[in-house]
Design a protein around this ligand. Structure first.
Ligand code: ZN
Length: 486
């Protein structure tokens, strides 16, 4: 090894000497030849190493009546489907054989049991470890309950809890089938990124004299970005699309017919206009964002068409081509809870006429009976996927408020390297408020805990813990040290 550099140096000096005697025209010709040869080499390398990718979708509409998720105001089970529900998958394998699967579901949440079952199938049937799987739900409030515990916590007849568990078993076998289809259907592909904008998401935290209330707030923060990932086959055909938006999937209200809300309509429109394509919707940090307007079926359809139209705008924008290099990682970020309410407060709440309040207080008294008892930390999945060493996709668990996408995009910004922040990924059964939203109070992360079976709000450092997990993983993926957080 020690002699090699010396030998190279000697050869270099001989080359230089010989060139010195060449006529100028010869040198120019030689430069042209060398440059052509280099381009040929680069071209052949690019031809030889590509992504391979597969897409698939399967219907996951319940086959029998179910209790629907999302609105407590429903007083009976589902009555058929307005629009079918789907699970969709995109599998990407890079030039070194590194693989990941995105699985999107027209469902409201991913409770622990469902996450465990899906990850078990991914690992044991398809060889995909948890960090190689990105599960994302559209958060439609027009789908089935997927947790018997939620059915019980909401005071609904347990027969619908059994029905939810039966549905989940069917769902898991369909997702198993879906992953198999996407993996076996892989073929050579190009992967490109572009983005557009769409304006119907509106902040829903309205400041009033009595504190923050749910209501349209046109002056609150929003994220109108529509990131678009396109997967093209060898002939340039559009095999698959992934598109994101940060907005609650709740335009339609508490109808008892199953549907995928605006995101379902957007996917349907895109797949109708591009019949060979599977279009996956990846929900963003829409925890405190509502569609506007959101009165009825017409609004849901219109919002869906607006989003599909924005995706078309993204497709017509000049894309960044992502080289076939993939990395993914995941941490379970421990989020501490604030102190539980005093026992006397809980005992009085347990007598409340509001069933949700009373059941919640009784559950806490039963689970943490002794003074000083404190719930264990909540483990929030934080996943980082980097494609082509340029596109960084951060997938956060829970229902993150928009502050996360705005802050992370600002702090992680690099020239020519887009940042995509998804929420509602991998484990979804809790709002994820920012420090600001926690301090302001209101629904997300404070009042909502009783509907999500959380003992109490998260502690004040929730945002810093999540941002730190993202920065640590992004630093490792980029192989660089990030500037300190603001
Ligand atoms: Zn929600």
């Amino acid at each position: 090894m020690g002699t090699l550099p010396m030998r190279e140096t000697g050869e270099d000096s001989r080359e230089t000497k010989r060139e010195d005697h060449m006529p100028i025209s010869c040198r120019i010709l030689m430069l042209v030849f060398v440059s052509l040869w280099m381009n040929l080499v680069r071209g052949s390398v690019a031809e030889a190493v590509e992504w391979t990718s597969g897409v698939a979708k399967v219907k996951i509409t319940p086959d029998e009546p179910v209790w629907m998720a999302g609105y407590a105001s429903r007083n009976g089970p589902s009555e058929g489907a307005l629009v079918d529900l789907y699970a969709r998958a995109l599998v990407l394998t890079d030039a070194r054989g590194h693989r990941m699967a995105m699985v999107t579901l027209d469902l409201i949440e991913i409770p622990d049991a469902l996450r465990d079952m899906l990850l078990d199938v991914a690992l044991n049937k398809h060889g995909l470890r948890p960090e190689q799987v990105l599960l994302n739900v559209s958060h439609t409030h027009g789908g089935p309950m997927v947790s018997a515990k939620t059915v019980a916590d909401w005071g609904i007849d347990p027969v619908w809890g059994d029905r939810a568990e039966h549905y989940v078993r069917t769902l898991v076998s369909r997702v198993d089938q879906l992953m198999g289809l996407a993996i076996s259907g892989q073929r050579t592909a190009k992967v490109r990124y572009s983005h557009a904008r769409c304006g119907f998401a509106m902040n829903r935290r309205l400041p009033t004299d009595g504190g923050f209330r749910l209501g349209p707030n046109p002056d609150g923060p929003v994220d109108h970005d529509v990131p678009v990932l396109r997967i093209e086959g060898a002939n340039g055909d559009l095999m698959g699309l992934v598109f994101g938006y940060a907005c609650h999937n709740t335009a339609l209200g508490d109808t008892r017919q199953l549907h995928g809300d605006y995101a379902g309509f957007a996917q349907r429109k895109l797949e109708g206009d591009h019949p060979e394509t599977v279009a996956l919707f990846l929900m963003g940090c829409g925890g405190d964002q509502d569609p506007a307007p959101r009165r009825d079926l017409h609004d849901a359809e219109q919002n869906g068409l607006a989003l599909a139209s924005a995706v078309e705008a993204g497709l017509s924008a000049a894309p960044i081509t992502l080289e076939p290099v993939l990395s993914s990682s995941e941490e379970m970020c421990p989020l501490a809870f604030s102190a539980l309410p005093e026992r006397s407060v809980l005992e009085s709440r347990a007598q409340s006429g509001d069933g949700f309040v009373a059941r919640h207080a009784r559950w806490i008294l039963q689970q943490w009976p002794n003074p000083g008892d404190q719930p264990a930390d909540y483990l929030l999945p934080v996943q980082v996927v980097v494609l082509g060493q340029r596109l960084t996709l951060v997938a956060l668990g829970g229902e993150p408020v928009v502050d996360y996408s705005l802050r992370l995009k600002r702090e992680l910004a690099r020239e020519g390297s887009p940042i995509w922040i998804a929420g509602y990924s991998n484990r979804v059964n809790a709002y994820v408020p920012s420090r600001r939203v926690l301090q302001e109070g209101g629904y997300e992360g404070t009042e909502a805990v009783i509907y999500q079976s959380l003992p109490c709000p998260f502690a004040g450092d929730v945002e810093e813990r999540i941002v730190e997990s993202v920065r640590r993983q992004v630093s490792a993926a980029w192989g660089t040290v990030l500037r300190p957080a603001r």
